[in-house]
Design a protein. Structure first.
Length: 404
């Protein structure tokens, strides 16, 4: 039943080979199968009929992991994670993550549930609750005479939840509504000396928003696209409150546009191809915008060759191009260039950042980074190692999953 719901080719319809190929891609994008072979066409009961057979190879959909990890921002962290993408055999997904320790010496958790078929129109529901620590920066935030604030001790704690309803309008178009409510605070250890322009380091408050998003997605394989595009436009409206500060409405408009050029169509869904991938993103925020609700640019997933969250502000623009070359079934090379900026923030570092490592600006001043990297395909997604060079020197970035 789960498989048949995703197949648009129905008995009695004229045989459409393009629709069959799209059915194969749709089945593979469920992330339940290691492989989906091209359909087998057999002769029917008469010359005007045909029998279509789909051959799929199911993969292990449940995963549990227990271990410890270390990174410069987080320190030593214990981690327990469980995920299942085919819960009860109905393509439902559940996930639970628990992290202990770290430089913040605290407990973080994330719980999620996904139901792909609420009704006959394929309306989906996703719910998440979390209490997580985010290490916003990956280097010392400020250094001045007599003052040293280590960003490894600077952390962002967010507690709340989100619920999202999505309904397909066509084979490629989806409308989504998300409701989000969070309580957050920025934390530095007690006793730290904080310069006047870094007072936002102890900001705390609440934010509740509704996001209306339209998506057009024509990608062939979502985890490794070789053709098609992904276009998303979103409007977020809500209210933000900063304890001891302002309260009022918050508004955001964001856009994300991606295009993939891989030449001739794939012969199979697992075929690796040379692909040129390009992305353009923008964002505008207005109203009461707390520090954590700004746009951040810099690091592995945005502007490579720069520190994580190097630039922040109420405006954001990013353009990226990446050429991906298969080096084997489980290995991929890439060359990239990123151009972008975030600007217009009221949270400036001046006296507390004499070296200018996190100096911000009010006007659009794009930065560029370029470099190369390696991706290793794993069951949890590609492991990505990039070496980027920007105007402030080279950086090495490690992360999981494609940038876009």
């Amino acid at each position: 039943k789960v498989i048949l719901r995703e197949i648009r080719t129905k008995p009695g319809q004229p045989l459409d080979y393009k629709l069959l190929q799209r059915d194969v891609e749709r089945l593979f994008n469920m992330d339940l199968f290691e492989d989906v072979q091209p359909p087998e066409i057999q002769a029917g009961s008469d010359a005007a009929k045909a029998v279509v057979i789909f051959h799929v190879k199911e993969k292990k959909t449940g995963q549990i992991s227990l271990g410890m990890g270390f990174s410069s921002p987080q320190g030593l962290v214990g981690r327990l994670e469980y995920s299942e993408s085919n819960f009860r055999g109905r393509a439902q997904a559940i996930n639970a993550l628990l992290e202990l320790g770290g430089r913040a010496n605290t407990t973080s958790y994330e719980l999620g549930y996904y139901e792909p078929y609420l009704d006959k129109k394929h309306t989906s529901l996703s719910v998440s609750v979390f209490n997580k620590v985010i290490y916003r920066f990956a280097n010392t935030v400020v250094t001045s005479p007599g003052v040293l604030v280590d960003s490894n001790l600077f952390n962002e704690v967010r507690k709340g939840g989100m619920i999202t309803l999505a309904r397909p309008l066509s084979d490629y178009d989806t409308a989504m509504v998300s409701l989000r409510s969070e309580k957050w605070h920025l934390h530095l250890p007690e006793g730290e000396t904080i310069p006047a322009d870094l007072i936002f380091a102890r900001q705390n408050g609440t934010v509740s928003t509704a996001t209306f998003r339209g998506i057009r997605d024509t990608r062939d394989i979502r985890t490794d696209p070789a053709k098609g595009s992904y276009n998303s436009l979103a409007l977020e409206l809500g209210r933000a409150s900063i304890v001891g500060g302002s309260s009022g409405s918050i508004r955001k408009i964001t856009g994300d546009f991606r295009r993939y050029f891989g030449g001739a169509p794939r012969k199979t869904v697992t075929e690796r191809k040379r692909v040129l991938a390009v992305r353009a993103m923008f964002g505008f925020a207005s109203g009461v915008v707390p520090f954590v609700e700004q746009f951040f640019i810099g690091g592995a997933d945005t502007l490579r060759g720069y520190l994580e969250s190097r630039f922040w502000g109420r405006r954001m623009f990013l353009f990226s191009a990446e050429y991906r070359i298969p080096l084997g079934q489980s290995l991929q090379g890439a060359a990239f260039v990123d151009i972008g900026d975030a600007w217009g923030s009221p949270y400036q570092l001046i006296e507390s950042d004499p070296q200018g490592r996190f100096r911000q600006h009010s006007g659009f001043s794009p930065r560029a980074g370029f470099g190369a990297g390696i991706r290793v395909v794993t069951p949890i997604g590609p492991l990505r190692l990039d070496y980027g060079i920007g105007s402030e020197g080279p950086r090495v970035h490690f992360s999981i999953g494609h940038t876009f």
